[in-house]
Design a protein around this ligand. Structure first.
Ligand code: HEC
Length: 147
C-alpha cells in the first residue's frame, strides 16, 4: 500500500514537472510570436540577406522620413532659443534673425553651416540634434526665425 502511495506521489510530481516544461515552452513560443513582427535577424549569406539588400526602402532615413522644422525646433532648439539662454537669438525675433542671416550673406545655407559647426560656448554643434540632417536643421532655423 505504501509503495503504491509513493508511486502515486512520484508520478504526480513527474506530471507536474512535465506540465511545467510544456507550459514554459508554450510561453517561449508565445514570446517568440509576439516579438516576431519587430525584426528577424538576417545574417550575411542567408537567403533573406539578398531580400534585405534588394529592398529599396532600406537605406536608413531618406528624405521621406525628414522631420519638419517645427518638430526639430520643439525637440532640440526650444530650450535655449525660446528664452534667449546664453544670448541665443529668440524664436520669432525676426530682427535678430535678420541680422544673423545678413551676417552670413543672406544665405540660409551659410547660416545653417554655422549652426552645424556651433558657436562656443553657447551654441552647441547641430544645436544638440546630432542625427539631424542639414536640411532638417535649415528648416528648424527658418521655422524659429519668424522670417
Ligand atoms: C544650449 C543652448 C542652445 C541650443 C539647444 C540651441 N542653440 Fe542655437 N544658439 C545658442 C546660442 C547661445 C546662440 C548664440 C551664439 C553666439 O552668437 O555666440 C545660438 C545661435 C544659433 C544660430 C545663429 C548662428 C549664427 O552664426 O549666427 C543658429 C542658426 C542656431 N543657433 C540654430 C539652432 C538650432 C537649429 C537649434 C536646434 C536644432 C539650436 N540652435 C539649439 C544656443 C542654443
Amino acid at each position: 500500500m505504501t509503495i503504491v502511495k509513493k508511486f502515486l506521489v512520484a508520478s504526480a510530481t513527474m506530471l507536474a514537472l512535465v506540465a511545467g516544461t510544456a507550459f514554459a515552452s508554450s510561453v517561449d513560443q508565445a514570446i517568440a510570436e509576439r516579438i516576431k513582427p519587430f525584426g528577424n535577424v538576417c545574417l550575411l549569406g542567408d537567403p533573406c540577406a539578398d531580400e534585405v539588400a534588394a529592398t529599396p526602402a532600406s537605406n536608413g532615413g531618406d528624405v521621406a522620413d525628414a522631420r519638419s522644422g517645427q518638430q526639430v525646433y520643439q525637440q532640440f532648439c526650444t530650450s535655449c532659443h525660446a528664452n534667449g539662454v546664453l544670448g541665443a537669438p529668440l524664436t520669432n525675433d525676426a530682427d535678430a534673425w535678420g541680422e544673423r542671416l545678413a551676417a552670413w550673406n543672406d544665405s540660409w545655407e551659410e547660416l545653417t553651416d554655422s549652426a552645424i559647426a556651433g558657436i562656443p560656448p553657447g551654441m552647441p554643434a547641430r544645436g544638440t540634434c546630432s542625427d539631424c540632417s542639414d536640411d532638417e536643421l535649415m528648416e528648424s532655423i527658418k521655422y524659429m526665425s519668424g522670417l
